[in-house]
Design a protein around this ligand. Structure first.
Ligand code: URA
Length: 266
C-alpha cells in the first residue's frame, strides 16, 4: 500500500510571518532577483517538531516548480547529510533569499540582506521558529547562510551552546564540500538526537563526487498534496536562458517535458 504523505502548509504562526515577507524590497531590485518565479519560502516541519534548522542560499529551478526550498541536487545532498546523522523529517529549511539570485553571493547581495526590513523579517521568522521548536543544531550552508546566522541576534544563545555549524554550500567545489562536511559530521551528530525511525551512518565523504547512496530523496511529506512520486529524486527542472529557443541536451534524456513560461518580472 502506498502511504500518501504531504505538507499541508505552514502553521498559522509561521504563515503570518510569511504573509509579511518584505517582497517589495526584492521587487525594487529586479536586476538582482529572478522575480518572475516568485518567492519560495521553506521546506519541512512547522508543527513544533523541527529539531534541526537548515539555512541555504536561494532557490533554483526545481524549487520554483515544487514551491519548496532545497529540493533539487543541493537539497538531496543536504538531505543525505541529515540522513547520516539520523534526521529524516525533523527539520525546517529556509534560504537566505526568498527569490533566486543572479550569479554568486557577492557584496551587493550581502548589502541587500542588511537592509533593515529584510534583516528584521529574517529575524522575525527565526524567532517565531525557535519559539515553537526545540532546535538542537543550526546548519548554515554557504556564505549567505553564514551571514543570515550572524545577522540574527537570536543566534547568540545557539552559538554559546556550540549548536551553530557553518558548512560549505552543497553545490560549491566538491573537495571543499567534502572537507567541510566531514569535519563537522561527528560534532553535529553529537548535538542532534536521531529521529525514531532512523539509523546513523557517520562514514565520511570521499572521491570526486557524491555517490548515489549519499543523496537522499526529499520525502513526499515535504511537498504539497498530490506531488508525483519522482519529485524530489533528481535534478528535474532547468531554467533556460532568456529568449532561448533550443532545448538543452540534458533535457532530451527525458521523454516527457513541460515547458513552463513566466511573463516578465512582477
Ligand atoms: N536550492 C535552494 O533552495 N537553496 C540553495 O541554497 C540551493 C538550491
Amino acid at each position: 500500500m502506498i502511504v500518501v504523505q504531504w505538507d499541508s502548509g505552514p502553521s498559522r504562526n509561521i504563515a503570518v510571518v510569511f504573509e509579511n515577507a518584505p517582497l517589495q524590497e526584492y521587487q525594487k531590485n529586479p536586476s538582482m532577483f529572478r522575480l518572475e518565479w516568485g518567492p519560495i519560502y521553506y521546506r519541512g516541519r512547522t508543527d513544533g517538531s523541527a529539531r534541526v534548522l537548515v539555512i541555504g542560499q536561494d532557490p533554483a529551478a526545481d524549487e520554483a516548480v515544487a514551491r519548496r526550498v532545497l529540493v533539487g541536487t543541493a537539497g538531496q545532498r543536504v538531505q543525505g547529510f541529515l540522513a547520516k546523522i539520523g534526521i529524516t523529517t525533523s527539520y525546517f529549511m529556509v534560504n537566505s533569499f526568498l527569490y533566486s539570485i543572479y550569479g554568486q553571493f557577492t557584496n551587493p547581495y550581502r548589502d541587500f540582506m542588511d537592509i533593515s526590513p529584510v534583516r528584521q523579517w529574517r529575524s522575525d521568522l527565526l524567532d517565531a521558529l525557535i519559539a515553537e521548536n526545540n532546535i538542537e543544531a543550526i546548519l548554515a550552508f554557504g556564505k549567505a547562510a553564514h551571514h543570515m546566522v550572524d545577522s540574527w541576534q537570536g543566534a547568540a544563545v545557539f552559538k554559546n551552546q556550540n549548536k551553530v555549524f557553518y558548512l560549505t554550500h552543497p553545490t560549491a567545489g566538491i573537495k571543499n564540500v567534502f572537507q567541510s562536511w566531514n569535519a563537522n559530521l561527528q560534532t553535529v551528530a553529537q548535538k542532534v538526537n536521531p529521529d525514531p525511525d532512523a539509523g546513523r551512518n557517520l562514514s565520511t565523504y570521499s572521491g570526486s563526487n557524491f555517490k548515489d547512496s549519499q543523496l537522499t530523496r526529499i520525502p513526499l511529506l515535504d511537498f504539497g498534496f498530490g506531488a508525483p512520486e519522482w519529485m524530489g529524486t533528481g535534478n528535474m527542472a532547468m531554467r533556460l536562458r532568456r529568449n532561448t529557443t533550443t532545448i538543452p541536451k540534458k533535457a532530451t534524456k527525458y521523454p516527457s517535458k513541460i515547458l513552463w513560461f513566466a511573463p516578465n518580472k512582477t
